[in-house]
Design a binder for this molecule. Structure first.
Ligand SMILES: Nc1ncnc2c1ncn2[C@@H]1O[C@H](COP(=O)(O)OP(=O)(O)O)[C@@H](O)[C@H]1O
Ligand SMILES: [Mg+2]
Length: 376
C-alpha cells in the first residue's frame, strides 16, 4: 500500500478535482483504491457517490483508529468495479473540523497512520484529500503519507503559498517522519493562451525547478460535470473528457514511479513509532503526548541536525536517532513564540521569515538550495 496526500494551503485550487481524477485513473488501471476525505466540506465523498449521513466516518476514525471503527467507516463508492479494481471511500464529516486544531500534538498526528496500519493489506493506493490549511488534519494526512502532491493555480500568490506548504512539509519530516516526501507541484486550471499564467508558471519553475510537474491540467468543464454526476472521468464520453482522462493517467504514472523509488515499507506500527518518539521527547517533559509538533520540531530538529548525512528511511533514522544521547531537556514551556502558523498568515507577500523555524531548516540542510525531495 502506498499513500498520497493531495494538498494546498488554498481552497478552490483543485485538490478534490485532482484527488478524484487520480482515483479515476487508479480505477481504470484496476487498482484497489481508498480515498480518504479529510476535508470537512466532504466534496470528495460526494464526488464518489457516497451519500450520508454516516455514523462512522473520518471523524470517528480520528477519534479512535481501531480496526472495528476503521472497517465500519469505509464504504464503497458508486463507481462500481473495474478490471480487478475498485474505489472505496472513508467518508468525510463536518465534525472533522473539531480535529483541525492549529497546533496539533504529536499524538494527534499519528491517528490516521494508525488507522491505515489496520487496512494496509486491503489497498494498493490510498489518496487523501486534505482541507485547505496546514492545521492538524493536513499534518495528520502527511504523517500517514509516502508522498504529497501540492496543487497550485498559476496565480499571483502561488509561489508564496507553494513555498509555505513546502516548508510546512519539511517541518513534518524533521519532527515526525522522514518517510513522507514532496512529489511535486501540479498546476491546475491552465489556460494555454494566458501570458500572465505562463509568467507565473515560470516563476514557480525558477523557484522549484523540476518539482513543478511538466504537464498542466487545463480548465475544462467536463471536470465539473463528472463531479456532479459522481462518475470517474475515465468513463465520461467525448474527446475533451478523454484528454482530461489521459492527463490523470499520466499523473498517476508519475505518482507510481515516485513510489517505486522507495520500496513499499509496511505502515509503521504507529504505536511503537509514537512511543519511541515520545520516549525521546519525554526527557524533561511530563506529558509528552501533549507536545505540539512545533515543540517536537524544536527538540528533535537540533538532534537531527547533528546527524552526519540525510537519512531517507524512517526506520534507519529511528535507530540512529535512538543512539543519540539527548541532554536532559530543561522544563521549558513551549516557547513564547511558537513557530508561525503557516496557514494563519495572510498570503500577500513573499515570506521574510527569519525566525527559529527557517533558521533550523538551514541547519538541517546546510548549503542546500532546496530540500532533498528535489531529486524526485
Ligand atoms: N481544471 C479545471 N477545470 C474546470 N473546473 C475545475 C478545474 N479544477 C477545478 N475545477 C472546479 O473548481 C471548483 C473547485 O475545485 P476543487 O477541486 O473543489 O478545489 P479544492 O478541493 O481545492 O477546494 C470545483 O467546482 C471544480 O469542479
Ligand atoms: Mg476540496
Amino acid at each position: 500500500m502506498h499513500v498520497l496526500s493531495v494538498s494546498s494551503l488554498k481552497g478552490g485550487v483543485g485538490k478534490t478535482t485532482i484527488a478524484l481524477g487520480l482515483a479515476s485513473a487508479a480505477f481504470a488501471a484496476g487498482l484497489r483504491t481508498l480515498v480518504i476525505d479529510l476535508d470537512p466540506q466532504c466534496d470528495a465523498t460526494t464526488g464518489l457517490g457516497a451519500v450520508g449521513p454516516f455514523d462512522n466516518n473520518v471523524a470517528s476514525v480520528l477519534k479512535d483508529p481501531k480496526h472495528a471503527v476503521v472497517s465500519k467507516a469505509i464504504v464503497s463508492s458508486t463507481w462500481g468495479k473495474s478490471a480487478g479494481g475498485f474505489v472505496d471511500v472513508l467518508p468525510g464529516s463536518p465534525k472533522s473540523v473539531h480535529y483541525d486544531t492549529p497546533h496539533p500534538t504529536v499524538r494527534q498526528t499519528w491517528m490516521l497512520e494508525e488507522a491505515l496500519h489496520r487496512v494496509e493489506k486491503d489497498y494498493d493506493l490510498v489518496i487523501i484529500d486534505t482541507p485547505p490549511s496546514i492545521n492538524a488534519l493536513t499534518r495528520t494526512a502527511w504523517v500517514a503519507s509516502d508522498r504529497v502532491l501540492l496543487v497550485t493555480e498559476p496565480g499571483i500568490f502561488s509561489v508564496v503559498a507553494a513555498e509555505r506548504a513546502q516548508r510546512a512539509l519539511e517541518e513534518i519530516r524533521v519532527a515526525i517522519t522522514r518517510r513522507v516526501q514532496l512529489l511535486g507541484f501540479v498546476v491546475n486550471r491552465y489556460r494555454p493562451a494566458s501570458k500572465e499564467q505562463d509568467f507565473r508558471i515560470d516563476e514557480l519553475k525558477t523557484m522549484f525547478g523540476e518539482l513543478v510537474l511538466p504537464k498542466y491540467l487545463e480548465e475544462r468543464s467536463h471536470l465539473q460535470q463528472t463531479q456532479g454526476a459522481a462518475r470517474p472521468i475515465h468513463t465520461w464520453p467525448g474527446e475533451g473528457a478523454v484528454e482530461v482522462a489521459n492527463f490523470f493517467t499520466w499523473l498517476l504514472q508519475q505518482v507510481r514511479e515516485s513510489f517505486e523509488q522507495t520500496p513499499a515499507e509496511p505502515r509503521f506500527d504507529a504505536k511503537l513509532e509514537k512511543r519511541s518518539i515520545l520516549k525521546r521527547l519525554r526527557r524533561g517533559k511530563k506529558s509528552a503526548e501533549k507536545v505540539t509538533i512545533e515543540k517536537a520540531f524544536e527538540i528533535l530538529g537540533e538532534e537531527v541536525a547533528e546527524e552526519p548525512e540525510p537519512i531517507d528511511s524512517p526506520l534507519v533514522e529511528q535507530e540512529v536517532a535512538d543512539e543519540v544521547v539527548i541532554e536532559e531537556q530543561p522544563e521549558v514551556e513551549p516557547t513564547a513564540e511558537p513557530i508561525a502558523d503557516v496557514a494563519a498568515e495572510p498570503i500577500s507577500e513573499p515570506s521574510t521569515d527569519t525566525g527559529g523555524w527557517s533558521f533550523k531548516l538551514e541547519i538541517e540542510n546546510p548549503g542546500e538550495q532546496s530540500p532533498e525531495s528535489n531529486d524526485n
